[in-house]
Design a protein around this ligand. Structure first.
Ligand SMILES: [Zn+2]
Length: 251
């Protein structure tokens, strides 16, 4: 059975939308560690301009501090970052994969569509974030389901982890469903930024979500899937990457 640690590896002070974070998961399975999304990494904090770019930093409102990186948090937990063997990523946006380079030998698990769009030079991605050439395992669509949603089983033996397609934010964006020591968790990545998007049709953050979506129609379909899922599965904890109020409920 695995132990789940919740790590915040991003700090954003958005000019229009207040504070946002980067809610990553660290799964402890014996001595082996699995990271779900990687946040801002050490290299980003040391050279933000060359790694992320001042333009993007200004628009988004990224803040940098070495102590917030996954690798430093893993060390503070008394664990060895060298034991991170796998990183499961929701998508390949800069604030989700900057930390991958801190775990250079870890296998990166990603949806096939997402990796293909990364390789096709979609300008939203930073190619150098995979410049360390990690081993990459991609997952194509399957007929398998989890709680009624399409599910792609991640190739790790210690526990059940699935990529759950929630396309739209990016063309291959996926949530991650995983079995913790006590229950199932459904991490939905950037399917929404703030949980108010699920309930408040007039919240200003919808505008940002629409602007950042590679396919807005698909994004809205995915948001509706998450809304339905929450109603039909009230016992499963659903949370997104950037919502600070959800993060604190796990601490
Ligand atoms: Zn994001």
């Amino acid at each position: 059975m695995i132990k789940v640690h919740h790590l915040n590896c991003v700090e954003i002070r958005s000019p229009g939308n207040g504070r946002a974070i980067g809610h990553c998961l660290l799964l402890e399975a014996g001595s082996r560690l699995i990271l779900v999304d990687a946040g801002i990494g050490l290299k980003d904090t040391k050279n933000p301009d060359s790694r992320i770019g001042q333009h993007l930093i200004n628009i988004v409102g990224f803040k940098f501090n070495e102590d917030w990186t996954a690798v430093r948090q893993i060390q503070r937990l008394g664990l060895d970052p060298g034991n991170v063997t796998d990183c499961v990523v929701s998508h390949l946006d800069p604030d989700h994969i900057g930390g991958l380079v801190d775990f250079p030998n870890a296998i990166v698990h990603v949806g096939l569509e997402e990796y293909e769009h990364f390789q096709n030079d979609n300008p939203r991605y930073l190619q150098h974030q995979l410049g360390h050439l990690p081993p990459i395992k991609t997952y194509a669509n399957t007929s398998e389901t989890w709680c009624g949603l399409e599910a792609r089983k991640i190739a790790v033996s210690e526990t059940e982890i699935y990529l759950i397609p929630l396309f739209g934010h990016t063309l291959g964006h996926c949530g991650v469903a995983l079995k913790s020591e006590t229950d199932w968790l459904f991490y939905v990545g950037d399917a929404y930024y703030l949980k108010e998007e699920l309930t408040d049709p007039d919240h200003p953050v919808h505008t940002l979500a629409e602007i950042r979506a590679d396919d807005n129609r698909l994004r809205i379909d995915s948001l509706n899937k998450v809304r339905r899922f929450r109603i039909e599965n009230p016992h499963i904890n659903v949370f997104a990457y950037h919502d600070a109020s959800e993060y604190v409920t796990f601490l």
